[in-house]
Design a protein around this ligand. Structure first.
Ligand SMILES: Cc1cc2nc3c(=O)[nH]c(=O)nc-3n(C[C@H](O)[C@H](O)[C@H](O)COP(=O)(O)OP(=O)(O)OC[C@H]3O[C@@H](n4cnc5c(N)ncnc54)[C@H](O)[C@@H]3O)c2cc1C
Ligand SMILES: *[C@@H]1O[C@H](CO)[C@@H](O)[C@H](O)[C@H]1NC(C)=O
Ligand SMILES: *[C@@H]1O[C@H](CO)[C@@H](O)[C@H](O)[C@H]1NC(C)=O
Ligand SMILES: *[C@@H]1O[C@H](CO)[C@@H](O)[C@H](O)[C@H]1NC(C)=O
Length: 457
């Protein structure tokens, strides 16, 4: 019997396993996929010019202490996000304008600009307040919340882009409290939205973000990680736990940490069943449409025309894009986020239609069809279609639930403990949050086992 079983080898599960081992526990990690990393997944370019990050990619080493320490410990190479050049805003089909990157788009009327700044400053102020979310903010959608503030139409659309790019849902689809709470746990709205050194989007990994997970997995030890072993049932026997997999294996451990997104708990046969209130909140969490299309070129041709590579769009299917090149290896890519409702429709298209839709939009944004239609590689990734993710970034609670079920959400039940980026007190939704939550979960288990040993003496 192990001291601890961990379901899932994403960052939160791997960190939980490592922290538990460091405290002297024996651990088995049981992972459905044939790889570690979960929602970080880096795939090599066919041209050999580095990797495409189909999942998480950006970090800030100094703000995200745990990720930063691992980057240094493992000697991982990073690339600074390139910021120079003109950004583009697409307001309607065939309607676009260029603006200097990093400022409020200048084609907005003075009234629209004022409205946007009012809403931005309001949410920023809310997101710097300490404390739990408020009920009156949790039973209203983010869209309704900004309408109630008196936001003008352009602002309402911009807030929708924030929602789509941050969470993969439209602003009508989740509560203002969830949005504000997310900002609170992540140093405020402005830090989240910033693409410069002040925010979470400053650096990327030269050799792919997944290297973070593979290096942590190496510390945990390959023999302790059981890949290609989807968990089908988890039983808490009172004095120990057991887990069975589709491959017919059974594992036993004194404690179990479940690191899969809460939206998927209902797919596991957990016995005895989780308490009804915990089921009520986790059954109803939603995973967003958070997709990437990564278009790679031989040269960064957009820079030659003064473009930064960044654009935002009210039209879609791409709602935001950035230059994610790694110049030193000749990797020149535009990473397009195809999120929220536009991403939902796009995700149902056939592969060639998805590609056509993205390239057609790039042509509308940048012109230069002779360049746009000559990518050397094209990747797309629809996280909703992944059997063991079912969407991204992280589960989002239903209207009213964040406040109503705060006392049970993420709390241990018997010998079962829960981790995942959704539960992190800081950098929720991010890689850093996943690692933080893994540490916290391992700490809970270590405490609980200590208590039990004392009781046995
Ligand atoms: C497109 C995209 C862009 C992102 N961008 C960023 C970014 O720029 N910066 C950033 O910091 N973060 C980003 N993120 C978020 C970041 O990737 C996640 O927050 C983090 O990786 C989540 O880790 P986790 O351990 O909580 O969950 P997961 O990575 O989902 O781990 C859960 C694990 O459980 C496994 N599993 C599921 N079901 C079972 C089962 N039945 N049996 C066994 N195992 C199972 C899964 O295979 C997976 O390995 C992005 C994510 C996506 C998808
Ligand atoms: C939302 O919460 C507030 C504050 O508790 C309450 O007054 C209001 O009636 C609630 N609205 C709905 C639709 O539940
Ligand atoms: C991260 O953010 C901090 C604080 O805003 C900033 O000072 C720093 O330069 C950023 N960059 C890196 C590499 O961490
Ligand atoms: C949660 O979902 C499961 C599976 O669909 C169902 O059996 C259970 O009754 C639900 N629980 C609650 C409290 O809604």
């Amino acid at each position: 019997m192990f001291d601890l079983l961990v379901v899932g080898a994403g960052l939160s599960g791997l960190q939980a396993a490592l922290s538990a081992q460091q405290a002297g526990l024996t651990v088995a990690v049981i992972e459905a996929r044939d790889r570690v990393g979960g929602k970080i997944w880096s795939v090599p370019l066919a041209s050999g010019r580095g990797y495409a990050d189909l999942g998480g990619a950006w970090i800030n080493k100094s703000l995200q202490k745990r990720v930063g320490a691992y980057v240094d410990k493992f000697g991982l190479k990073t690339v600074v996000q390139r910021l120079e050049g003109k950004a583009v805003m697409q307001q309607a089909p065939g309607e676009r304008f260029e603006f200097p990157f990093g400022v409020t788009p200048s084609d907005f009327s003075p009234e629209e600009k004022k409205s946007l700044e009012m809403v931005r400053d309001h949410i920023q102020a809310e997101s710097l307040k300490p404390g739990p979310p408020r009920l009156e903010d949790d039973n209203v959608s983010l869209d309704q919340y900004v309408r109630d503030l008196g936001a003008l139409p352009g602002t309402i659309k911009m807030v929708n882009i924030w929602a789509q790019v941050m969470h993969g849902l439209d602003s009508t689809e989740y509560s203002a409290a969830w949005f504000i709470d997310y900002c609170r746990k992540n140093r405020g709205l402005l830090a989240i939205r910033a693409d410069d050194a002040s925010g979470g989007q400053h650096l990327r990994f030269r050799d792919g973000a997944q290297s973070l997970a593979t290096n942590i997995a190496a510390l945990v030890g390959a023999p302790n990680i059981h890949l290609s072993s989807p968990v089908t049932s988890i039983t808490d026997h009172g004095s120990y736990t057991s887990i069975t997999t589709t491959t017919g294996q059974t594992f036993t451990g004194r404690k179990t940490i479940i690191s899969i997104p809460s939206t998927m708990y209902k797919e596991l046969n957990i016995q005895p069943p989780l308490p009804p209130r915990l089921q009520a909140i986790t059954n109803a969490t939603t995973l967003g449409d958070y997709n990437k299309a990564i278009v790679c070129y031989d040269r960064p041709w957009w820079r030659e025309h003064g473009f930064n590579g960044y654009f935002a769009s009210y039209v879609g299917p791409v709602i935001l894009a950035r230059d994610t090149s790694v110049d030193e290896v000749g990797n020149y890519c535009l990473t397009c986020f195809v999120n929220g409702k536009p991403g939902r429709g796009w995700g149902r298209l056939r592969a060639h239609e998805r590609r056509a839709a993205v390239l057609a939009q790039l042509a509308q944004i940048f012109g230069h069809e002779e360049e746009v239609y000559k990518p050397i590689e094209f990747f797309d990734q629809i996280w909703q279609a992944e059997r063991y993710s079912r969407g991204a970034l992280a589960p989002i609670t239903a209207l009213g639930h964040l406040v109503e079920y705060v006392d049970v959400y993420g709390r241990a039940v018997g010998n079962l403990h829960f981790v995942g980026t959704e539960y992190s007190p800081e950098w929720k939704g991010y890689m850093e949050g996943a690692i933080c939550s893994g540490e916290v979960g391992a700490g809970e288990v270590v405490q609980a086992l200590k208590g039990r040993e004392r009781a046995n003496l």
